[in-house]
Ligand binder design. Sequence first.
Ligand code: ATP
Ligand code: MG
Length: 580
Amino acid sequence: MVMDYAAIEKDVANLPVTPNMPDYEALCGSWSWDAIRAELARPDGLVNQAYECIDRHALGASRDKDAMIWEATDGSIERYTFEGMRKQSNRFAGVLKGLGVQKADRVFFFADRIPELYFAIFGTLKTGAIAAPLFSAFGPVPVAERVRRADGIGIVTTLRLLPKIEAIRDACPSIKWVMVIDRNGDPVAGQNLDYQQLMAASSDEFAIERTGSEDWSIMHFTSGTTGLPKGAAHVHEAVTGHYATGKYVLDLHPDDIYWCTADPGWVTGTSYGIFAPWSNGVTQVIYEGGFGSAKWFEIIQRHKVTVWYTAPTAIRMLMKAGTAIPQRFDTSSLRYCMSVGEPLNPEGVIWGQEAFGLAFHDNWWQTETGAIMIANYPCLPIRPGSMGKPFPGIEAAIIDDEFHEITEPMREGQLAVKHPWPSMMRTYWNDKERYDSRFKGEWYITGDRAKRDADGYFWFIGRDDDVINTAGHLVGPFEVESALIEHPAVAEAGVIGKPDPVAMEIVKAFVSLKDGYEPTEALRRELIGHARARLGPGVAPREIDFLPTLPKTRSGKIMRRLLKARELGLPEGDTSTLED
Ligand code: ATP
Ligand code: MG
């Protein structure tokens, strides 16, 4: 079972760097969000995410420190200091002002992962407008759908992506302008605005809009794993949560070189690829390209990355490629690694130890929560397969179907978080009803199921919609998937409940294999046998199908609802975030 793995103990006194939180219980006991707020600048009681991330450092001792080390897909490297980013974001804010952009207007970003994207997002926040990033691999239809749902007034894009915007422009009547970034510096043709030209004519100085805690800042659409993506809107106060979790979960220290592999089109790529590291004044690496096993270790080696935040799907791909690859590189700069986005199978947690001597620390949160809620920390033992313990200042609980807390250890229920907290979404854009439905009394209902052990570690079971009811008991897909992944032939597994006249549902698994394994009948029987030995016959999959790869969101999450729809021949629902 998932819980069978030995805990990974920590010798806190002898870690290479003393954690910002050396004692979890002590920090929980003394926690104060106001004390965190006092560590941020908050001039005149105002708060602006761009100011806290950039100007606060640019106007102080870190003025000339590198904020961003950007590596392009062609291998070229550019560096930007906090002061450089302050000026660039001021220029962009001036550009938007010149276009008449008002507080709370929605400005969309549909761009490659280039430095200008970061300048422009900060510039937007400085005007008080809402930055709404979209993942650059979307096709035109999902872009149009999101822009329409939020009545976007403008889109910032790149030359490469412009055709997709041209294709939908007429379908989005709220759009007043499209601005194109061409890194080659050639003039932008036609009716579109030219980023380079406008920036060149703008000023390095800008009077930041007077945004308060509850003013809108960023809007993210959820990943679409369980259905139609929802536009979760956040406020400037969220930076309090980003800063605090950056300090105590990411454990960022002034001389760290941090790397988050997520794209800013998803919330991890902004909360932890923009706001947490820069509100902590840390240098971060941004790589323009996507996944590549050798490439990623090369980046860690070249830039001497110390803290690394990635995702289970990437870790499983690295595992598939094998430990020989990391061992070709010097990864000795790394001191701390984390994962988020999906449950991290225990095999993934411990693989890091085999491959480069460091286990992955899993943590849990959602687009809606805005920041990490439950985590493994440098100062606490890791229980592989557990999401860890609630962040200090956050109260998480397991609740029953009547929304009462279950205090008894190891009882499954809905995972809930006591509201409010600083980085909590403040609405689903244009869908208040759905937003309200997520709150029951003092609890925010996450839509996930979990259990808590006697020591306070939380264990993920599955999405509420994905939990399987077989012969009278509930089975979480994660546990079955984790058992399958332990088998040397298995690269990925997705588990669903398939309707059955006798058992209500039976457990069915879809499996993709590692290179060198063939999908034979003998292997199928062997996997069923392996799962039965690990999980018992009531929980082990009754059926296993082999697939070359599993359907995933573009952010890398297994889409169990699609596996199920395809199995049952039902409509696939919203597939806008399905990977190609
Ligand atoms: P949608 O809400 O559109 O279906 P989504 O829930 O996948 O998509 P996100 O907000 O990106 O959108 O993801 C949050 C969800 O991801 C969590 O509710 C949880 O189900 C899953 N998740 C994230 N991190 C973890 C983790 N460490 N362990 C288990 N599950 C996780
Ligand atoms: Mg969700």
